[in-house]
Ligand binder design. Structure first.
Ligand code: HXC
Length: 519
């Protein structure tokens, strides 16, 4: 080979690399920016530690040219795949490039994403997908459908093996939504991320209903109404910093413990303000988020699904540097009653924690399941059962703190000893009973009250008698159904001590192919 030929060979690779960077071309990149969106390569650079991205199969080209598909204009076929690092820890990544045929998912995309997913599972590292595309590439017919099918299959098999995260940075239409839906966490960027099975045009044609894309499947709709998304960001920058933060809590795979950090908060720290956080009046609400923020390492609570089913709280936090999953009721919203959406939210999070070795710390305060025809007909029986199932099958350390109401079913399902919580603590304000005093007196003494000379006074007497017996944790404690009554101020050191004991907890479930959670 001559010197010139050698130089030309090197130049060819450099030219190809330069062409890759051009995506669908300058005009398409300009159009992308006009929509307020970054290019897919800019996105990858912001997600990963600088200089760590290694691209995989960049030069793969599509073979289908039906419908005058002109693929000579670009390289990469609308998807960029590879691996890199987040805070020095390995991850795999794929990103749709909207500047190339609207980021539509092609046969080549199927090959490239399959490769990176297989590598992620074999290497045991999280995979992060950045979506911005028009769904299956229409011109490629069954070949693009194959691509999606391969991705969905891999998402399903990788579930519970490596963390999978989806970031919605543009349209995600049709069957394309099922890849994110199969992953563990979805983050949507407000104003640019949209997810829907059938778009506005199809809806209008089939039902006559007119709806815009944002109302139909924007970030707010999925964060608050459908519960499809777990996080909302207001900009792409915020999105990538949130994803980096999320990854910092997660183990790389299911054989690892969640990463611990050097503790910055005193493990013996007590907080007297917790002693009075539960109001004296049992019908008065308080903010469970405040309890969580005071107990865990300061500033470490990272809430998941914050806008959805706000009667429940789930998220990650740290206890003496150790990452844990936190579940709680929120008395500030629907009185902390458990409804269909809260059931799904809690059960899914508990299962994630169990799959990825997060101890589960539960703060329970619930008057029970939300009554009503809508709840019954919506299947609260089936949905509520998921919480029981999720806690029962979870073999990670499980610690529960009952702060106030532990009534009936809600007491049982929220990490009780019966579902094999390792330690159940109650605050002195805990009320553990089949139901609240008013309801119990109505049922037990309805006839007596009707015939009483002074029904109001008699009612007050009976309620006081019931509260005296059950509106405290000691009946449950004396029967051995809770492990200790603790001062609220000492919750943090008590949880840290119990977690330390249980660090290497060993327990096994009966052998089976898999269970049948009531979906
Ligand atoms: C091929 C597509 C495409 C697709 C968009 N494009 N979607 N090409 N297949 N699925 C192309 C457009 O033709 C256009 O090319 C370029 O991408 C940009 O699209 P625009 O429409 O100009 O952009 P915008 O106005 O921002 O609208 C984006 C959009 C819209 C909302 C995504 O393009 C759209 O509704 N696309 C179709 C969505 C859809 O129904 N997809 C199929 C879903 S079915 P030019 O060259 O003109 O710029 C599916 C089945 C999977 O995914 C099933 C798996 C089980």
């Amino acid at each position: 080979m001559t010197k010139n030929e050698h130089e030309a060979m090197i130049q060819k690779l450099l030219d190809k690399r330069a062409k890759l960077k051009e995506g669908g071309g300058a005009d398409r990149i300009e159009a992308q920016r006009a929509k307020g969106k970054l290019t897919c390569r800019e996105r990858i650079d912001k997600l990963l530690d600088p200089g760590t991205f290694q691209e995989v199969m960049p030069f793969m080209e599509g073979r289908i040219t039906d419908f005058d598909l002109d693929k000579s204009r670009f390289l990469g076929d609308g998807i960029v795949t590879g691996f890199g690092k987040i805070f020095g820890r390995r991850v795999c990544v794929y990103a749709q490039d909207f500047t190339i045929l609207g980021g539509s998912f092609s046969e080549v995309a199927g090959w490239k994403v399959s490769k990176i997913m297989d590598m992620a599972v074999q290497a045991g590292v999280p995979v992060i997908g950045l979506s911005d595309g028009g769904g299956a590439r229409i011109q490629e017919g069954v070949y693009s459908l194959w691509g999606f099918g391969e991705l969905f299959y891999r998402n399903s098999l990788a579930s519970g093996v490596i963390p999978q995260i989806s970031v919605e940075l543009g349209p995600c239409a049709g069957g394309a939504v099922y890849s994110p839906a199969l992953t563990d966490f979805i983050l949507m960027v407000k104003g640019i991320g949209n997810m829907f099975i059938t778009g506005p045009q199809v809806i209008k044609a089939v039902t006559g209903e007119e709806v815009d894309m944002e109302t139909l499947g924007g970030a707010d709709a999925h964060a608050t109404i459908s519960g499809v998304s777990h996080f909302t960001a207001h900009s792409e920058d915020e999105a990538f910093s949130m994803i980096r933060h999320l990854v910092s809590y997660l183990p790389l795979n299911n054989a690892e413990q969640p990463p611990a950090v050097e503790p910055t908060d005193d493990p013996m720290r007590t907080d007297k303000s917790l002693n009075t956080i539960v109001p004296a009046d049992p019908s008065e609400a308080y903010d469970m988020r405040e309890v969580i923020n005071k107990v865990f390492d300061l500033g470490s609570f990272f809430e998941v699904h914050a806008g959805y089913a706000q009667n429940a709280i789930v998220g990650f936090a740290r206890l003496h540097g150790q990452a844990v999953g936190v579940v709680g009721q929120q008395p500030n919203f629907l009185g902390g009653a458990i409804d269909i959406n809260a059931s799904d939210k809690i059960a899914r999070f508990v299962r994630f924690c169990d799959a990825f070795n997060f101890p589960i710390i539960t703060f329970s305060d619930s008057p029970g399941f939300l009554p009503g025809v809508a709840q019954e007909h919506g299947g609260i029986i089936r949905h509520g059962a998921k919480i029981v199932y999720a806690y029962s099958e979870a073999t990670v350390p499980k610690l529960t703190v009952i702060t106030r109401k532990g009534y009936g079913g809600a007491y049982i399902v929220m990490g009780s000893k019966y579902l094999r919580a390792d330690m159940v603590y109650a605050w002195p304000t805990a009320e553990i009973a089949v139901m609240g005093a008013d309801g119990a007196v109505n049922i037990l003494f309805g006839k007596e009250l009707k015939n009483a000379a002074d029904p109001k006074a008699e009612r007050e007497r009976l309620v006081a008698e019931y509260r005296e017996k059950f509106a405290n944790p000691y009946a449950a404690a004396s029967a051995g159904h809770i492990d200790d009554v603790i001062l609220p101020e000492e919750t943090r050191p008590r949880l840290i001590a119990a977690l330390e004991l249980l660090r290497d907890k060993q327990t096994k479930l009966p052998p089976k192919k898999h269970g049948n959670i009531p979906l």
